[in-house]
Design a protein around this ligand. Structure first.
Ligand SMILES: [Zn+2]
Length: 401
């Protein structure tokens, strides 16, 4: 590891900026990362690389190409968004012990979720030492839809800690991004690129989208952006979940245990069709859902009822239950998960944001409405709204339960 250094602007050796790169397997994270340190002259950059699997290919490539300019820390065999969060924290703590660093870049595995990685930098031990600059998500323009729409793609996610489908992972990585690198745009027609861009903007209208080829991008657009917004991120249930998990990680370090809280949120924006076909629609009702009817009438006939919906997410009020359910659909899968409990009856309500192309909002609303019960009707006995074991149920849409 070379110590080549020319000059530093980070005089105080405090608040070292950190950028996190996420993105699905093969999207081009390593290629992008390889180019960054070489493009930033006179900065001392440390790169933390996470590999998942027996072959340390990413690390070899990164080591070879960045060795002259950057310090490399490799975390292998498990994932820094879950099993290795403690190791990630430790590695960054170690890096901040050195007072010559200008920047830390963290490259996730393709399966890494953005929120828990990002939230790790808000551990008390890193306060005043690092500052999360941006979450950068690399998206593969050439293969996005194939992966996203593949109902069987969950097989690629290994390990119990990644229990969501690939489509959920992709959607989450994009929704959490401050900067999206839309890579491999040279491999698809302009129309296709624009269509994907409009979908990305529907998922996340805050992120800056940069088109790239071969992971080539001006480092000035990626580093020192100050794009990460803690207030915004802190509102998401992914962040709140990550906070809880971090407490467990920290408690484990201390040899201690336990803590709990709950959270909810929804993106509350509607938009017009933008010419490339994607638009969003918010369905809201005070009437409670008959969850069995929803499974039978909407989920099992998804392609008829909700044709064109690529992404939907929200909270659901279920008849006969005090549980707040999170509805989270990406591609061909929807998961229902217990988020917490309604504290008061006045809070109860369903709000789901649906994003898609050519949405027939009347038909959609009608189909959903048909699965609700009148507000004042006594609720039917619901055994359990979601499977009690995992407290999460995942349904392949279009297939009768
Ligand atoms: Zn993970």
């Amino acid at each position: 590891m070379s110590q080549m250094q020319i000059s530093r602007t980070n005089d105080s050796a405090q608040d070292v900026p950190v950028s996190v790169l996420v993105g699905f397997l093969g999207a081009g994270k390593t290629t992008t990362l390889n180019r960054l340190p070489r493009g930033v002259h006179g900065k001392k950059i440390a790169v933390v690389v996470n590999e998942f699997g027996e072959i340390d290919v990413d690390s070899q490539v990164v080591t070879r190409e960045t060795r002259a300019d950057a310090e490399l820390v490799s975390l292998a065999n498990e994932c820094i968004c879950c099993k290795l969060r403690g190791d990630l924290l430790g590695a960054v703590e170690d890096l901040t012990q050195r007072h010559d660093l200008d920047y830390i870049l963290v490259e996730s595995t393709g399966l890494g979720e953005a929120a828990p990685i990002a939230q790790t930098f808000y551990a008390p031990s890193l306060e005043g030492k690092v500052k999360l600059d941006a979450v950068i998500t690399v998206v593969d323009a050439a293969h996005f839809w194939d992966t996203y729409e593949d109902p069987h793609a969950e097989g690629k996610i290994a390990g119990e800690s990644h229990s969501h489908s690939v489509a959920h992972l992709l959607a989450g990585q994009i929704e959490f991004a401050d900067v999206v690198l839309l890579n491999k745009t040279d491999l698809v027609p302009e129309d296709e690129v624009r269509r994907l861009e409009t979908f990305l903007r529907e998922l996340n209208d805050r992120a800056k989208i940069i088109r790239t080829r071969f992971g080539e991008v001006d480092p000035a657009k990626l580093l020192y952006t100050g794009a990460f917004d803690l207030n915004q991120a802190g509102e998401t249930e992914e962040w709140q979940e990550a906070e809880e998990e971090l407490e467990h990680v920290l408690a484990e370090r201390e040899g201690d245990e336990d803590h709990r809280e709950e959270g909810e949120d929804h993106d509350d924006h509607e938009s017009e069709d933008d010419g490339y076909g994607f638009a969003s629609y918010v369905y809201a009702t005070r009437r409670p859902f008959d969850l069995d009817a929803l499974r039978r009438q909407v989920f099992s006939r998804w392609h008829q009822v909700a044709a064109g919906v690529a992404r939907s997410k929200g909270t659901v009020n279920v008849a006969g239950s005090d549980d707040v359910l999170l509805w989270n659909q990406a591609g061909r899968r929807v998961s229902l998960e217990v988020l917490g409990r309604w504290r008061e009856d006045s809070q109860r309500g369903t709000q789901v944001v649906l994003i898609g192309r050519g949405l027939d909002t009347d038909a959609l609303s009608e189909a959903l409405e048909a699965c609700t019960l009148p507000e004042d009707q006594p609720a039917p006995a619901v055994a359990s709204p979601v499977s009690p074991a995992g407290r999460r149920e995942e349904i392949v849409l279009g297939v009768a339960p």
